[in-house]
Each structure stands twice: as structure tokens, then as C-alpha cells.
Design a protein around this ligand. Structure first.
Ligand code: 0X9
Ligand code: ZN
Length: 435
């Protein structure tokens, strides 16, 4: 009887307090500071995890291990504690629709849905495994094309979702794009034309370990789940690419406790390695990496505010996409060079894609604009409208790639650097096992 009682109380204790025991849940304080130029200048130097800007205030997630709050005090920035607005899981109702992740995919649900897509449309969709995450989850890429099993001399475009665990909507948009393309292939001539003349690759979930951790333990988790060996976990996958990796400590952090920790070396993480190795075997003309939130379309460089040699083209393309997006629901996505936006980054996907492959690459920060519209807790009901508004921009990029295919294709060999280290085997990736 006594033992049963103890077990009973132990279970109750674990159910109630497990989230609090989970790493990092208790380790953060959310503060806000006034959004004035002086504060922005000071904050930029401190390498902080910016949650959002809303109603003239900048919200910041302060990590105790990093003494973020202390840094803010030392810099003489006036702040307000906001933690109570966010914990625990303030926007519960928007997300909990029968399960903890509501209509958002878990890793397992996504795996099933990708397999189903392939089964339903075997001529158009083929699922590949690009590698495994640290916790041995598969990193999937769905190829969409006519004659999908063949290698054809066609434009190639890449869409990636979920570098960052807590950005759940960034899984849904590329997944729904894949679904839309195959389901509408025989219904819409424009879709058929795009799919017939291109090879579209979709990696909806680059950070499966992080996503699972965010769903089950700590909603604000951002990085992958690398055990850094010093009590800290995670590398920011969007600081782990090789181009100008670790250039300075402003665009990424050498501190493993930081949310923008860049890892031990460029491509130290299996998730970014999967992208690197995959791109070596393809000839991508363009890519989009989905994130949230802010409603912006960003293009390289992110490591500097100096424009890239392709700045004009990137700006034009971003402007086009922004216009197409706005035409759907009226929501305006700001656009501009990433390094001119609120903060600098180094080692991100798009700098690497432009720097190494010289291709147009965009970070689309999906809605919402601020926390009152959901922040990282996007509502389940918003998935469809966010996808729908992003659809024409994605189609535009495929179309652009098709139109620019011959030029890019003939230019894509013969230059120095990472991209030419190997370009040989186009089918090195394991076809996933049937369950
Ligand atoms: O910081 C990032 O990796 C991206 N933003 S997020 O809030 N989704 O984490 C933005 C990368 C784009 N680069 C710059 N803003 N410089
Ligand atoms: Zn992100």
C-alpha cells in the first residue's frame, strides 16, 4: 500500500513538474525594452535572443546561464520583466486541439504523411533520406517532378523548413507546398507545367530532434539537440553553415549556452551536413528557407550590411514575392537584405547558398508579426491561410528557376570552392525503407 502511494505521488509529481524539470524551461526570463535607436544599438552588441518587437518594445529571451540580464543591466538599458505573459504556454487554446501539437506535425506524423504522398502519387513524388539527426531521426527530402525516378536536365529548386525547432509553421508551409503540387498536377495546367519542367525538392523538417523537444518538453526550444558536454544543449543550425562561419561573435555565438551557438566547426552537425552533402549532388537554381516569425523576406548577405553582388536581382525577386503574397490575403511581408534587418547573422543557410553556389536564396519569416497574433504559437487555424499566401511566391521561384535554367546550368561548373569538391553521384541517398 505504502509503495503504491509513493508511486502514485511520484506519477503526479512527474506529470505536474516534468516540464519544469526539462532543461531550459526554468532558465529563461523574458523582458522587454523600449524600441529606441539608442537601445537598439546597445542590444545589437549583446547577442541576445530577440523574441519579437511589438508596440514599440523589443522582447528578449534572457538566458540565466549566459547572464543576459546582467549584460542588459550593465549596458544600462531600462527593461521590464515580461515572463508572466508567456509562461506557461500562454496561447494554449490556439494549439491544443486534441493533442499537444494540434494540427502541427510531429516528426512521426510528418513521416507518415510524406510516405502517403509518395504512395498516392508514385509518378510525381519520391521520398529520400538525406541523413539522420543526432537522435537518429531521418531527414527527409521529397522530390517532385514528372518522371520522378529519372534524373532529367531540368531546373532544380530547394525548399527547406524548420531549421529552428520552435518555428512549427515552417514545417507546414513546405509540406503543404509538396501536397499542393502533387494534388493539383492533373487539375491545373500551370502546376503541371512547373512540375514537368523542374525538379522540386522539399525538406520540410531539417531539425526533427529539436521539433520533438519543442513539442514535448520546452516550447521555446530553437537549436538542435547536440549535447555540448558542458551542461548545455544544442547548436543553432542556422549558424552552422560554412560561409563566413564564426566571422564574429555578433552574428553567432561561440558560447554553447547561447541560442545562436554556431557549433564547434562549420557543418559540425549532421543536419547541416545533410544539406551540404545533398546540395553537392544537385544543381539548385534557387532556394527558400522557411522560418518564423516577422513576416519578412530576407536575402543575403546576412553577415554584413554591405550588399552582395546579386543584390539587385535578389531585391527584385523578393519584391515580386512580397507582392504575390500580399495579393492573397492582403498581408504585407517586408523585404530586404538580411544584414540590414534587425541583426547580423553568420553561418546561415542563405549566405552559404549565395556565397558558395551563387544562387538566389531567401529566408521567409512567416507570420505572425508579433506575439499578440501568436508569436511562435501560431494558431492551428492560420496554417492554411499562411500556406495559401506563400504558395504563389514558391511557384514564382520555381518558374524563375525554369526560366533561368540554361544560363545557370551552363555556369554551374568549373569554378573553385566547395561546390566542386564532388558533383559526381546524383543518387547517393538511400531510398527510405517501406514500413
Ligand atoms: O536568426 C535567424 O536565424 C533567422 N531568424 S529567426 O527568428 N527565424 O531565428 C533570420 C536569419 C536571417 N538573417 C538575418 N536577419 N541577418
Ligand atoms: Zn528561424
Amino acid at each position: 500500500m505504502k509503495i503504491r502511494k509513493i508511486v502514485f505521488f511520484l506519477i503526479i509529481f512527474l506529470v505536474l513538474f516534468f516540464p519544469l524539470l526539462a532543461q531550459d524551461y526554468n532558465n529563461t526570463t523574458i523582458i522587454s525594452v523600449s524600441q529606441n535607436p539608442q537601445a537598439i544599438r546597445k542590444i545589437n552588441k549583446l547577442n541576445l535572443d530577440i523574441l519579437m518587437i511589438w508596440q514599440g518594445r523589443i522582447y528578449i529571451i534572457c538566458n540565466r546561464q549566459l547572464d543576459d540580464l546582467l549584460k542588459i543591466k550593465k549596458a544600462n538599458i531600462a527593461y521590464q520583466i515580461e515572463t508572466q505573459k508567456f509562461y506557461p504556454f500562454s496561447n494554449k487554446d490556439a494549439n491544443l486541439q486534441g493533442s499537444i501539437n494540434g494540427p502541427y506535425h510531429t516528426y512521426q506524423e510528418l513521416e507518415n504523411d510524406l510516405m502517403t504522398l509518395e504512395e498516392r502519387f508514385p509518378d510525381l513524388a519520391k521520398l529520400y533520406i538525406l541523413g539522420q539527426s543526432l537522435e537518429n531521426r531521418n531527414i527527409y527530402a521529397l522530390k517532385i517532378s514528372d518522371n520522378v525516378s529519372l534524373e532529367e536536365a531540368e531546373a532544380e529548386v530547394l525548399f527547406i523548413g524548420c531549421h529552428h525547432a520552435r518555428e512549427w509553421i515552417s514545417v507546414e508551409v513546405p509540406y503543404l507546398l509538396a501536397k499542393y503540387l502533387v494534388e493539383n498536377y492533373s487539375r491545373q495546367l500551370t502546376i503541371k507545367n512547373l512540375v514537368d519542367h523542374s525538379q522540386i525538392w522539399i525538406i520540410p523538417l531539417l531539425n526533427p530532434d529539436g521539433l520533438e523537444y519543442s513539442i514535448h518538453f520546452y516550447r521555446y526550444w530553437r537549436k538542435n539537440r547536440r549535447n555540448n558536454g558542458d551542461g548545455s544543449y544544442g547548436v543553432d543550425l542556422n549558424r552552422n553553415y560554412s560561409y563566413n562561419w564564426g566571422l564574429d561573435n555578433e552574428g553567432s555565438s561561440p558560447n554553447s549556452f547561447s541560442n545562436v551557438y554556431r557549433g564547434k566547426s562549420p557543418f559540425s552537425e549532421p543536419e547541416t551536413q545533410a544539406v551540404r552533402d545533398f546540395c553537392l549532388t544537385r544543381r539548385f537554381q534557387a532556394l527558400i528557407s522557411y522560418h518564423n516569425y516577422s513576416q519578412v523576406i530576407l536575402y543575403p548577405w546576412g553577415y554584413t550590411s554591405v550588399p552582395s553582388p546579386k543584390n539587385k536581382l535578389l531585391e527584385e525577386m523578393a519584391a515580386q514575392m512580397s507582392e504575390l503574397i500580399q495579393a492573397v490575403n492582403g498581408r504585407f511581408y517586408e523585404y530586404g537584405q538580411a544584414g540590414n534587418s534587425f541583426y547580423l547573422t553568420n553561418g546561415d543557410t542563405t549566405d552559404w547558398a549565395l556565397g558558395v553556389y551563387h544562387i538566389p536564396a531567401f529566408t521567409i519569416e512567416l507570420p505572425p508579426v508579433d506575439v499578440l497574433h501568436g508569436g511562435f504559437f501560431n494558431s492551428g487555424e492560420d496554417i492554411q491561410s499562411i500556406f495559401k499566401e506563400n504558395l504563389p511566391a514558391a511557384l514564382y521561384l520555381i518558374d524563375w528557376s525554369m526560366k533561368n535554367f540554361s544560363e545557370q546550368f551552363s555556369n554551374s561548373t568549373g569554378t573553385k570552392g566547395e561546390k566542386n569538391k564532388q558533383r559526381k553521384n546524383l543518387t547517393i541517398f538511400v531510398k527510405r525503407d517501406k514500413k
